[in-house]
Design a protein around this ligand. Structure first.
Ligand code: SAH
Length: 213
């Protein structure tokens, strides 16, 4: 597992691309600059690691586009020490970004193959989430709730109620909602019983699946 000067140079250029596309949060940009994204991908795609695109990983899933990861993290508004729930661990790249910006991360993945692979891989790079869970993101993580923020990294056909219920007051749920194309929706819990909703444009994700297999 190598991270060369060439990779580092490519990451610098990726950071410039993300700035041009409107990412401003310095912690998020620093995380992208630091994390060796190529090591989160299968070797056949390593040459494409620092292009701003999504790419296939195992089990028919994708590593999200860097812009999407950066934008979602920025929208989540993570503060150091925040307890964050991620739905869709996938390659673990978004997990690593959350850890770099100072979050305590709980992440759920429904594909066992990916779950096992990423659980072995992240500590090799020094990334230690609080918990990686093999399970169903639709139900969230009741026994660790409430969270300072929840991020969904797959396209949801609707907003799962348990995720809203597991937010602290003041916390946000960042979730792409839709079928083929998703709208990035951000729900803020403004009181124990009320939520505000904002929308942040179109994105494309693999689907958040409801059945176990
Ligand atoms: N955050 C990932 C993105 C992976 S793509 C990354 O940075 O690489 C979305 C992931 O969501 C896939 O790994 C998919 O298996 C997972 N997923 C789909 N439905 C899910 C569900 N109901 N619960 C948990 N994970 C789910």
């Amino acid at each position: 597992m190598k991270d060369t000067f060439t990779h580092q140079g490519m990451r610098k250029r990726l950071v410039e691309t993300l700035k041009k596309k409107g990412i401003t949060n310095p912690d998020v940009l620093a995380a992208v600059n630091k994390i060796p994204r190529h090591l989160f991908m299968d070797s056949s795609f390593i040459d494409h690691a620092y292009v701003d695109k999504a790419f296939p990983i195992a089990a028919d899933q994708t590593i999200s586009q860097p812009y999407t990861v950066a934008r979602q993290t920025e929208l989540l508004g993570v503060k150091r020490g925040d307890k964050i729930l991620e739905i869709g661990t996938g390659s673990g790249y978004q997990t690593a970004v959350l850890l770099e910006v100072g979050a305590k991360v709980y992440s759920i993945e429904r594909q066992n193959e990916l779950f096992k692979k990423t659980k072995r891989f992240l500590p090799k790079l020094g990334y230690r989430p609080k918990k990686l869970i093999f399970g169903d993101g639709y139900i969230g993580l009741e026994n660790e709730a409430p969270f300072d923020g929840i991020i969904v990294t797959a396209g949801a056909p609707y907003v799962p109620k348990p995720l809203l219920a597991q937010l602290k007051v003041g916390a946000k749920l960042v979730i792409p909602v839709g079928d083929k194309v998703q709208i990035m929706e951000v729900y803020t819990r403004i009181s124990p019983t009320a939520f505000s909703k904002e929308e942040f444009g179109e994105f494309r994700f693999v689907p958040l699946l409801e059945d176990k297999n």
